[in-house]
Every structure is written in C-alpha cells, then in structure tokens.
Design a protein around this ligand. Sequence first.
Ligand code: MEV
Length: 447
Amino acid sequence: MPTIKGFSKLSKEAKIEWIVSNYLDGNEQAIEFLKSYWHNLPAVQKLHDEFIENTITNFYLPFGVAPNFKIDGKNYCIPMAIEESSVVAAAAKGANFWLERGGFQTTIIGTEKIGHVHFIWNGTNEKKLQKFFNDIKPLFYSQTSSITKNMKLRGGGILDIELVNKTIDEPGYYQLKATFDTCDSMGANFINSVLEEFSKVLRLEIENTDLLAEDEKELQIIMCILSNYTPNCIVRAEVSAKLEDLDEGDISGKEFAEKFCRAVRIAEIEPYRATTHNKGIMNGIDSVIIATGNDFRAVEACAHTYASKSGQYKSLTHAAIKDGYFHFWIEVPLALGTVGGLTGLHPMVKFALQMLGNPNAQELMKIAAVVGLSQNFSALRSLVTSGIQKGHMKMHLLNILNQLEATEAEKNEIVHYFKDKIVSHSAAVEIFCKIRGIEVPKIIAKS
Ligand code: MEV
C-alpha cells in the first residue's frame, strides 16, 4: 500500500480521493458514504474539521441522557456520550434507586493540579542547589506574571514550587515540582506554558549565579509537562440508606448490603476484579467527560494511577455497613474544566453544559463522580442478584437485530418475544430466522 508526503496539506476532498483510490479499491460509494456523515451546515462541519488534523468526516457516538440524579439536593438530567448499550440505562437505574433514598452527597476534597520541569544536574552538593533554588524562587513567580495574570484574577495561579531530588532513582535527576489552582479550566495549556517559562528562568539563573562553581552550572532540561496524575484534585461522592430501605423482592436489605460489601471487598483485594469493577465506574465517568468536552484519556490515566496508589491496583469505590446503615462511596481524582478547550467550541458540548446549568469545574467533578458511583452501584446490584447478562443482553438485543438488518416490525415482534425470556445471540438469530421464514445458519456468527 502506498505512503504519501504532505498529506495534511491536501484539501479534504483530495484526502478522501487518495484514501479511496489507494485503500478502498477506488470505490466511489465510499466517498458518498464518508460525505453522508458530514454536517449539513458547512460552518459547523468546518468547525469539526478544524478540531484535529486530517479530518475526513465525523464519527458519531450516541448522546444519551440519564434523568433523576439528585446531587446535594439538586436535580440533574445528565448528558452521556457512549456506545455501550447498557451504560446509560444502568446510570439512570442507579439514579432512580437513590432518588427515593435521599440522593447523592458530594464533597470536593481538593482541586490542586501538578506540573514538573524534569532536569538533570550532576553537581554533588545538593544543599548548594537548594540554596540557589530558594534564592531564585521569587523569579519563577515574577517571570511568569504575564501568563498567570488572568488566572490570578480568577482566583487561581501558582500555589507552590519546590525542588525535588530524585537522584535515588536516576543519577542527576531533579524536578521543579509546581502546584497550581487552574479554577474552572482543566489547565493543561496554562500549566505547560508556565513550566516552559520556569525552565528558561532556571537555565538563565544558573548561568549567572555566584553560588555554584563553573562545573556545577551544567544543567540539562529534559522536559516541562503537567502531570495527569492529580492525587490532590479529588471529589468524594456517596450514598447511604437504612438496611431495611434496601429490601427488594426476595432478598432482604441486610443480605443485599452484605453481599454488595463483599463484592466491593473483592475488588479491593483482587486486581482482576478491580480492573473490571473500575472499568464499570469509568463507563459512567467517561461518558460524562466526553459529553462535556473533557479529556477522557487524562481522566482514565489518572484514575488508574490513583487506584494503584497503595502499590496494588484496587477498587475506586468502597462500601460499609455501620449502625444499621449501608454506606457506599467513591473518591476519585477528576481534573476537569468547564471553560477552555472544547467546552466553548463543540456545539454538543455547549449543549451538554447548558443542560447541566453551566456548572463550574467543581460541580462537574461532583456530577461525573456521582455517575461513576451510580454506574458501579447498578452493576454490583445486578451482579450480586440477577447477574449482569439479563439486563445487558436486553439492551444489546437491538444491536443484534440491527446487525441482522431486521425491519422495524421484526424488531418490535422480537423485543416483545424476549420480554419474559433470556436474550442470547443465538436465540435472537433463531427467532429472527423463524419470523423471516429462512433457515437458521449452522454456525451463528457473532458480532
Ligand atoms: C461492563 O461494561 C461493565 C461491568 O463489567 C462492570 C462490573 O463488572 O462491575 C458490568
């Protein structure tokens, strides 16, 4: 297959033509297919084209909503962008369950962001480097004042800067570790700009200092970058209820709560389960993060590092029974923004934020954490009672039928058929073939 130089310089149409003629056997229908996903308003399409390089079309994700979330006494209908069939349903189910039991409570534990200038200094007298750092520390603030001015006016800025000796891990390795309050922005660009300025100060000042001998002035800046690990940017979300308020069908509230706590405990001690358990939490969190234009890769990376902070990967949620009450909570780092980035640009993100009442970053942290908790509650509730597949396959049924290209009438009939039966892929194919009057394939291909 051919390669190409200067692809990014081609027009969108020329890019598509190149792809189609080189990678899709010149299939003209592929061009129409890609164009069918363009927005019909050219200005909106242009906006999407310009989000990234080499855009050729749009990639749809369902944008759903989960109503009935009561968070700190306020009701929300929460936007969620996600492809997995059962996620919105599970979040909404959890919301309804807790709506009748007082809703979710949240607390912001911290909002501190972190960045580093990673550098190498091979001097032997660390005390001298520390003294040099202490002397020039005010310059880090003053020389970045043009970058930090606006953030300071909003109540944020640089919180602290320290010199960290990491030579025990790597010869000559030091860091300038800076902490920030980035208010309602996620702050990546702000932090990175400040850090790059710090590195210039460091380089210039070390050249001119009298504190260090000439051979101690050699310093190599390796890189300046924020850390997506933000263990002091934490939100807590929780629910609690009297055990008897959890009574359901043939399982008592006490039995349910005990089994539930045991399931959480397993995720606290067993990394295989913790990974799936946290994946379910991130189903909820990510879908809010995507819908509100935040960086789900940063949130994911951070959540998993945080889940490993003890040295073992563990559950992000916890549960306990105390004095006749069931308690279930999550503490999760979420470095989010409601200004900057995509938040003021992407039309669906703007809509999502409006639906939430244009929250500030802290309120969005609370909302996302609650959806993660709700998601986990619903997953565990199913897992320790009916099992997960019953609900999951019901939601997945339409995907199976769409793949079989069932008509609307066939879909309705088959959904009705499964009302009181367990859905499986093969059972869905069998009933579809029966209704169509066609032979059931010997081997039923799965999606
Ligand atoms: C599926 O996407 C997520 C679950 O597996 C989470 C869990 O097991 O807790 C249902």
